[in-house]
Design a protein around this ligand. Structure first.
Ligand SMILES: CC(C)(COP(=O)(O)OP(=O)(O)OC[C@H]1O[C@@H](n2cnc3c(N)ncnc32)[C@H](O)[C@@H]1OP(=O)(O)O)[C@@H](O)C(=O)NCCC(=O)NCCS
Length: 137
């Protein structure tokens, strides 16, 4: 397993599926899972929701599935009275950065990088920089 894939797998231990299923989504094709989104309504911030992880199978990408999962989650947020969605991604994950830009997320100001998209330094621990996204639902 490549390093990026290993890091992403580590982001989805079973507890997410046990405790956040109500606000998480699955996309199926021919009865097989081809995409999923793990999200939740913030416990501490009553107007916010958070997307912890989204994944689409490599052979199903760039066909609108990620967008459909996000839009379904935004609708769920609206119904629950949450008007802001947050998420983060690794600055190395250029596909994810492009996806979130296409989905209308703004990037919170950061210090790491020299392009228009900068990551917040040490956001998830020493040396673990993150691009921080926010969007109105
Ligand atoms: C990021 C990811 C979920 C996108 O899913 P997807 O189904 O391919 O995305 P969509 O086809 O719905 O694309 C939605 C928009 O994002 C853009 N986009 C998606 N992937 C992109 C990429 N790699 N580069 C540039 N733009 C991209 C699309 O062009 C589209 O824009 P448009 O609607 O304006 O034309 C998918 O690439 C993935 O699973 N990556 C691995 C896991 C990951 O990195 N998750 C994010 C971190 S939590």
């Amino acid at each position: 397993m490549r390093r990026g894939a290993r890091e992403r797998a580590a982001l989805v231990p079973r507890l997410w599926l046990q405790h956040f299923a109500t606000t998480s989504l699955v996309a199926e094709r021919d009865r097989a899972v081809v995409g999923f989104l793990i999200g939740f309504l913030s416990h501490d911030r009553p107007s916010e929701a958070y997307i912890h992880f989204v994944g689409v199978a490599p052979d199903a990408r760039r066909a609108g599935l990620g967008r459909a999962l996000y839009e379904q989650f935004f609708a769920l947020c609206n119904q629950a009275g949450r008007d802001k969605v947050r998420c983060v991604t690794s600055p190395q994950n250029v596909g994810s950065v492009a996806f979130h830009a296409a989905m209308g997320f703004a990037v919170e100001p950061g210090e790491v990088g020299d392009g228009p998209v900068r990551a917040k330094a040490d956001y998830d621990g020493p040396g673990v920089h993150r691009v921080v996204f926010v969007r109105r639902t």
